[in-house]
Design a protein around this ligand. Structure first.
Ligand SMILES: Nc1nc2c(c(=O)[nH]1)N[C@H]1C(S)=C(S)[C@@H](COP(=O)(O)OP(=O)(O)OC[C@H]3O[C@@H](n4cnc5c(=O)[nH]c(N)nc54)[C@H](O)[C@@H]3O)O[C@H]1N2
Ligand SMILES: Nc1nc2c(c(=O)[nH]1)N[C@H]1C(S)=C(S)[C@@H](COP(=O)(O)OP(=O)(O)OC[C@H]3O[C@@H](n4cnc5c(=O)[nH]c(N)nc54)[C@H](O)[C@@H]3O)O[C@H]1N2
Ligand SMILES: [Mo]
Length: 763
């Protein structure tokens, strides 16, 4: 080990947030030269008449009287409100072959895109092009496809309801349901799993429920980094003395201690509030086992209570009146041994029983979860076991209780609600036919993995991206990058340059758009857009900053123009809709009854909550009941039984937003200035003859396909991580994820459970 190998690796001693967060914001803002704009921008963020933070989808408190400080929200805003520009001069100076050698950070760090650009093969450069010419060429190329299902329409979850609605309208009038979206890589296990369990694919709680709950279980998410405003809520829960129980393979600082920037006394006295009352380092992929163990505990406690003449701990009335499948669940729990549970979870029976007792004692429980639950081979099974556990004590559909999937992008949930889905139901399609007078396609479309497979195999030839960085976010970069170059047409509606834009099709276009922080002026004046947060609250957002360039168009305007250029006989009044986004909302309301009085209801600060049937104990399942669903497996992957095999989870650093890398620090994990590390348990290092700071290679245990997937020369960092588990950063580690390594039911890539071997690097 050379001394340098451990440069930038240390222990982080502080609590989450606090002064370190303020400094990080100042650095981020300075780095983007956004100082003047930033203060104005930040002050209107998440305010009743300001713009919605483009960071996470955590809801806003109802009575926001002062700016709710969030380090990572501030970074997201300064990244968009940057004074830096990626101009035609920049593209003239750098051929694409050169840009491909740049790190992802450097590409986006050039700043906001300013002009529509088209790739030119002769010069190997993106050259400026007029909007009209670009749209004409795009329309011609789309019309030239032998059939509409050869086009893929990707959406990243930052798009507003208005943009997303127009986008699905355009693609469906064009003739396809191919809507790969970032949700396919994120909460698809929720979207597929929860409707089977409780009849809705969304969370059932509201922010107020956190004021009434008696315990919160946080499973597989890292709010200190990814939903920082949630810490304010958890802090209140903790102050009330309600237990917060965490299951996470890594010891995440934000879940341990939090210094609230909203509370000057904590800041000045350098004190902090403990968050988790109990923290379990579950093995990666061990959650089904834990959840089954907790359910076994409940059943045992129930029997004991009944035998002593007590009332039992299961909610018998709820189970009898509202559910099916209870007997099958009991049989499965009975057949699952504690031995198997301990092995798969890495936790002892007594630990799990302790957690089960906390759950049983709490009158009202909320379980929140994130990617640590969904991105597995059995992600859907994971989600459904959480629903089972809640249902056993009637913890769904009453105050202070429920399920709380933490969505990723700030409007990923809304995009789904307004029609971005490859499996549209009849209500949606009938609604479109009724309102617009064309017959939308009824065939199932492609999800994200299917889209890549279709492009790889030449079955799809055009890709339109409404934001995002599909190729880098997707599994299997080897396959995905190559596939991109198979396309005839690639269209990227984007704010910043990224690698996906550089994987060239025969014709490639970059169409620069307004961001959420910017003033969006259309024929009838400045427009608001709407978004839906993780708790089904829909509210308006209005940007206040001057657009980054006079050549930018809004996403709705770009989509409408593309539709007009592609569909000569369109039935939709695109120009009218774009002139007044209120009219887009009228159309949304006409298609989706739950948006009744849409325009009126967003006038109210904070907006309105969409009806969530399961929150009212109305079960929109085929059985009209909530269903206990058995997941036969308790381990992720049989290969992990091999003692040499570790399970790798890919995780986000504190300085990134998905594929956008803001900087190279991961403050709460003690990493500074680098990302080339792998977090390993000390004992797993020792048993391999390795130590803290050694250079190691990670190789995927061979699956069905020949060839080795390997990441070389990472520095091993001994970390508080469950034995048998390792973690490395996303997106770099996506080279390790095979395209067919995904949740068997929902297709969510198993980014969080990759069977790997760890060995010393050679040479
Ligand atoms: N600042 C910032 N905010 C973001 C994002 C961002 O990149 N940066 N991304 C947004 C998006 S799109 C999303 S989806 C969310 C993501 O938010 P999270 O769901 O918090 O996402 P991850 O960072 O992937 O981390 C998941 C956590 O799961 C844990 N974990 C890994 N494997 C397992 C497991 O098998 N079991 C359990 N119990 N835990 C496990 C990891 O240790 C980690 O703490 O955040 C959103 N908000
Ligand atoms: N290994 C691994 N892979 C993962 C994950 C993981 O945990 N591990 N997580 C997965 C998850 S949860 C998700 S959600 C996906 C994310 O996948 P994506 O949503 O595709 O990726 P992002 O990195 O969020 O997209 C960033 C790009 O969006 C564009 N952009 C930013 N703001 C705007 C805007 O306002 N409008 C438009 N049009 N464009 C904009 C910019 O050009 C920027 O480069 O990645 C997935 N991939
Ligand atoms: Mo996500």
């Amino acid at each position: 080990m050379s001394k340098d190998d451990l440069a930038g690796v240390s222990d982080y001693e502080g609590a989450a947030a606090g002064w370190g967060a303020l400094k990080a914001v100042a650095d981020a803002v300075r780095g983007q030269k956004a100082i003047v704009k930033e203060t104005r921008g930040l002050l209107t963020m998440n305010q009743p008449h300001g713009f919605d933070c483009p960071g996470c989808a955590w809801p806003d408190p109802k009575h926001t009287s002062s700016f709710e400080f969030c380090e990572n929200g501030a970074k997201a805003v300064s990244w968009e409100a940057t004074a830096k520009r990626t101009t035609p001069e920049f593209f003239a100076a750098h051929p694409v072959s050169e840009l491909l050698t740049w790190p992802d950070f450097d590409l986006e760090n050039e700043g906001r895109l300013t002009h529509p650009m088209a790739y030119d093969q002769t010069t190997d450069r993106y050259l400026p092009i007029s909007w009209d010419e670009a749209l004409k060429r795009i329309g011609t190329a789309l019309r030239a496809l032998p059939n509409p299902d050869m086009a893929e329409f990707y959406t990243s979850g930052r798009a507003s309801n208005e943009a997303a609605f127009l986008y699905q309208l355009f693609a469906r009038e064009f003739g396809t349901n191919n809507f790969p979206d970032c949700s396919n890589m994120c909460h698809e296990a929720t979207s597929v799993g929860l409707p089977e369990s409780i009849g809705v694919g969304k969370g059932t709680v509201t922010l107020e429920d956190f004021d009434h709950c008696d315990a919160v279980f946080c499973i597989g998410h890292n709010p200190g980094t990814n939903h920082p405003r949630m810490l304010t809520t958890l802090r209140e829960v903790s102050k009330r003395g309600a237990p917060i129980v965490v299951f996470n393979p890594l010891r995440e600082r934000g879940l341990e201690r939090f210094t609230s920037p909203q509370h000057p006394v904590e800041m000045l006295t350098l004190s902090s509030t403990p968050i988790a009352s109990t923290y379990y380092l579950v093995k990666v992929g061990g959650d089904i086992a834990v959840l089954k163990g907790m359910m076994k505990t409940l059943v045992a406690l129930d029997a004991k209570s009944l035998s002593e003449g007590g009332p039992g701990v299961l909610d018998r009335e709820f189970i009898a009146r509202h559910t099916t499948g209870f007997k099958d669940l009991l049989a499965d729990l009975h057949a699952t041994s504690w031995d198997a549970i301990e092995k798969a979870s890495g936790l002892s029976r007594s630990d799990i029983e302790f957690a089960g007792n906390i759950y049983a004692k709490a009158e009202r429980v909320i379980i929140s979860y994130g990617m640590g639950i969904t991105q597995h081979r059995h992600g859907t099974g994971n989600v459904q076991q959480i629903a089972n556990l809640l249902m056993l004590r009637g913890n769904i559909g009453r105050q202070g209780a429920g399920i709380s999937p933490l969505r990723g992008h700030s409007n990923v949930q809304g995009d789904r609600t307004v029609g971005i889905t490859e499996v549209p139901n009849d209500a949606l399609l009938d609604g479109l036919a009724r309102v617009f007078g064309f017959e939308p396609p009824r065939r199932k479309g492609h999800n994200a993995i299917e889209a890549i497979e279709a492009i790889r195999d030449g079955r799809s030839k055009a890709l339109v991206c409404l934001g995002g960085n599909l190729a880098v976010a997707m599994a299997d970069q080897e396959v995905t990058f190559k596939a991109m170059r198979n396309l005839d047409l690639a269209v990227h509606i984007a704010t910043k340059l990224n690698r996906t834009h550089l994987l060239l099709a025969k014709q490639s276009f970059i169409l620069p758009c307004l961001g959420r922080t910017e003033i969006d002026t259309q024929a009838t004046g400045p427009q608001s857009i709407t978004v839906e947060d993780s708790m089904s609250m829909v509210h308006a957002s209005r940007g206040g900053l001057k657009p980054a360039s006079e050549h930018l168009k809004s996403e709705p305007a770009i989509i409408a123009a593309m539709a007009l250029a592609t569909l000569p006989n369109t039935r939709v009044g695109w120009a009218e809709l774009v002139g007044d986004y209120g009219k887009i909302r009228d159309c949304i309301e006409a298609v989706f009854p739950e948006f009744a009085e849409f325009n009126a209801r967003i006038q109210k600060p904070g907006g309105f909550r969409l009806y969530v049937a399961a929150s009212e104990r109305e079960w929109l399942t085929p059985t009209k009941k909530a269903n206990f669903l058995v997941c036969p497996r308790i381990d992720e992957d049989p290969r992990v039984a091999d003692r040499d095999v570790l399970t790798l989870a890919t995780i986000r650093s504190h300085d990134q937003y998905n594929t956008t890398i803001y900087g190279l620090n991961d403050r709460y994990r003690g990493i500074t200035g680098r990302r080339d590390v792998v977090f390993v348990n000390e004992r797993d290092l020792a048993s391999r003859g390795l130590k803290h700071g050694d250079l190691v290679d990670i190789a995927v245990v061979p699956g069905s396909k020949p060839g080795e997937r390997v990441m070389r020369k990472l520095t091993a960092v001994a970390f508080h991580i469950a034995q048998g588990s390792v973690a490395a950063y996303y997106p770099e580690a996506n080279v390790l994820v095979a395209l067919d390594h995904h949740d068997v039911k929902s297709g969510t890539p198993s980014y969080k459970s990759i069977p790997v071997l760890l060995r010393a690097s050679r040479g």
